[in-house]
Design a protein around this ligand. Structure first.
Ligand SMILES: [Zn+2]
Length: 380
């Protein structure tokens, strides 16, 4: 009985645990580093009394890790917590541009906000249940993937497999401005445009050349003009390259394009339009490759209902929970698109993800961990 009087979470203890995760740097493209992070999370999960399953990495990426509550049958529909082990920060960031430090209510470090803080809070909530001898109406499973920051290509099948035995998905991605959680995300599509013209000496034989750069310039304007803020469609040509020397008519050029779509209908139409572009110069060829990476995550009625439930729980805990839509994708896009009620942005509050100013608000730890715990306890 004394256990129930113990406060589930203590700020200093949570912060120290998050520090112990942050100091293990885990850039997506360094599989050995991500696996060291997986080792640490697996050790903490086993110490917490949960079951773990490790999935060896593929295509040069790190391992994925599944943590399972001791209660609940294998095939019983449950709650899936979605987390990632990797960060965007290269090795050495911790010793240079973004040292771990705490200044007042703010803690800095690579991946502290996106998303080691939130991932650790999810495990801490599950651990609290195990230690207090309680079970929840639904089994709880937390999946830590290795490659979210590079598109989750090697984890998507596993995410979808776990989502199929989930009634609800809770994503521990960082909270937005002021602690808002996320109930809609745009879908993400990526394309590479390759343009082939004809090289020629720019002085002696200019008229014989077919400039791939000239073609690229015209196409870039058309492609970017597809952006429509009214529907939420954005098309960004983020990288261009082409040509070889100033005195050669450019034989090749290329562009990398990022498209964000608010829903499947707008997305399908925009992608069809992009794939159908034709060259202005008939002697130039265009090849467009790519497609949808993460489907749109729209706020369904089920998601709206789940959000209302979370908002009620937050009010009981003592804070006001709001939600918002964002243009950034996450693994929540996969599960929401499958029709599984998904709440995202349940991780820590803070700001400046993916920069050398990345930071987490320390006083958000206990309320956010408590909300995750209450969701686990009350979802049926
Ligand atoms: Zn993230």
């Amino acid at each position: 009985m004394t256990l129930t009087n113990t406060p589930p979470f203590v700020t200093e203890a949570l912060l120290e645990e998050i520090r112990s995760w942050v100091v293990i740097e885990s850039p997506t493209d360094d599989a050995a580093a991500v696996n060291r992070m997986a080792d640490k999370v697996a050790a903490d999960a086993v110490a917490a009394g949960t079951k773990t399953t490790r999935f060896p990495g593929t295509n040069g990426f790190g391992d994925h890790l599944l943590v399972t509550s001791p209660w609940g049958a294998e095939d019983e529909p449950g709650i899936l917590l979605l987390s990632h082990l990797d960060t965007v920060h290269g090795m050495g960031t911790l010793d240079g541009a973004l040292r771990y430090r705490v200044e007042g209510d703010v803690a800095y470090g690579p991946g502290i906000y996106d998303m080691k803080g939130g991932a650790m809070l999810g495990l801490a909530a599950l651990r609290h249940l195990v230690r207090s001898g309680a079970t929840t109406p639904l089994p709880v499973r937390q999946l830590f993937v290795a490659d979210e920051e590079m598109g989750s290509n090697t984890s998507r099948a596993l995410i979808e497999q776990e989502a199929r035995r989930a009634k609800f998905v809770l994503v521990t991605e960082p909270a937005r401005n002021g602690g808002r959680i996320v109930t809609a995300r745009k879908g993400t599509a990526r394309f590479d445009l390759h343009i082939t013209g004809r090289a020629s000496h720019s002085g002696t034989n200019h008229s014989n050349g077919r400039s791939a750069i000239r073609e690229l310039a015209r196409q870039v304007l058309d492609i970017e003009a597809m952006t429509d803020y009214a529907t939420g469609l954005t098309v960004n040509v983020g990288v261009v390259a082409g040509g070889s020397r100033a005195n050669i008519v450019a034989p090749t050029a290329r562009a990398e394009i990022d498209m964000r779509v608010p829903d499947a209908a707008v997305g399908d139409a925009a992608m069809a339009r992009l794939m159908a572009i034709r060259p202005y110069d008939p002697d130039v060829t265009l090849v467009m490759e790519g497609g949808l990476n993460r489907p749109a995550f729209t706020k369904s009625d089920d998601i709206a209902q789940l959000f209302e439930h979370a908002r009620t729980l937050a009010a009981e805990i003592g804070f006001e929970l709001e939600d918002e839509a964002t243009g950034g994708g996450s693994d929540g896009n996969f599960t929401a698109a499958m029709g599984i009620p998904t709440l995202d942005g349940l991780g820590v509050d803070g700001k400046a993800a993916h920069t050398h100013d990345e930071q987490m608000i320390v006083s958000s730890l206990v309320p956010r961990a408590t909300l995750l715990l209450r969701l686990m306890q009350t979802l049926t």
